[in-house]
Design a binder for this molecule. Structure first.
Ligand code: HPA
Length: 255
């Protein structure tokens, strides 16, 4: 089973892949750059892309999520793992904690959020009962624990429009709604993956306590610094887990 990795903030470096080939995939939604490579001792291809572009120049609200997901699927990817930097709403999830969400709350506003526009293909309503693959989540959680990472299996990912950070009042409201972590890129990515019948999971790394919970003002530099301090953990988690994902039996995500 071919695996796609969407590298979020701080996860840009594809040098852990060997025999890399570049694909510029032309999709109905625009072009997207996807690298194909292999990890050591593993024969299956891994497809890797940077969500924010090679130089982190694309902000969350301008990412071409549809081209990215469509491009991955057109290269034969069936399972997608996305990394994301997130703020924590939960005092128990400190910086450096890995959260594997099982639910989301969508507060994005201005994004192309669906492949389904009616017309000849009709009206489509995609089920979101299990947006994040439970099988993949278990595999990631088990490997992360074996590697000694602080990990929480399950949690509610709150997606905001950005690119600004949230106000403390918004964070208090999200907390009351059950949110655990907040980020700007998880939606519509997960929804588009599910619309394409792709199996999808997010590795959400807490880089900061969210606005108003943190005693300090938030900066993007803080997010980058904490991500840089933990990127090696994410990389070794991916290296150990990808072979288990390619071998594991198909899950129920494929529509
Ligand atoms: N809010 C939104 N997105 C984020 C945050 C945050 O606090 N930290 C990292 N990405």
């Amino acid at each position: 089973m071919a695996i796609g990795i969407i590298g979020g903030t701080g996860v840009y470096d594809p040098t852990w892949l060997h025999d890399v080939i570049e694909h510029v995939v032309d999709t109905p939604y625009g072009k997207t750059l996807i690298l194909e490579g292999r990890i050591p001792h593993e024969s299956s291809a891994v497809f890797f892309m940077n969500r924010h572009g090679l130089d982190h120049s694309v902000p969350p609200h301008l990412v071409n999520y549809r081209a990215n997901l469509f491009g991955l699927r057109s290269l034969g990817v069936e399972r997608v793992v996305a990394t994301a930097a997130v703020g924590s709403l939960n005092p128990d999830y400190g910086p450096g904690t890995l959260v594997l969400p099982d639910q989301f709350l969508d507060f994005t506003k201005s994004r192309a959020h669906t492949f389904h526009q009616g017309g000849p293909t009709g009206v489509v309503h995609t089920d979101m009962t299990e947006p994040y693959c439970p099988d993949m989540r278990t595999i990631f959680a088990t490997t992360a624990v074996q590697q000694g990472m602080a990990v929480h299996q399950g949690g509610v990912y709150v997606a905001t429009e950005g690119p600004r950070f949230e106000s403390p009042a918004e964070i208090r409201a999200f907390r009351m709604l059950g949110g655990d972590v907040v980020g700007m890129t998880g939606l519509p990515e997960v929804v588009l993956a599910r619309e394409l019948g792709l199996c999808y999971n997010t590795l959400a790394l807490v880089t900061n306590y969210a606005a108003g919970i943190s005693p300090d003002v938030l900066t993007h530099q803080e997010v980058l610094d904490v991500m840089a301090a933990h990127v090696q953990h994410l990389r070794s988690l991916l290296l150990d887990t990808v072979p288990r994902l390619t071998e594991s039996s198909p899950c129920s995500c494929h529509g």
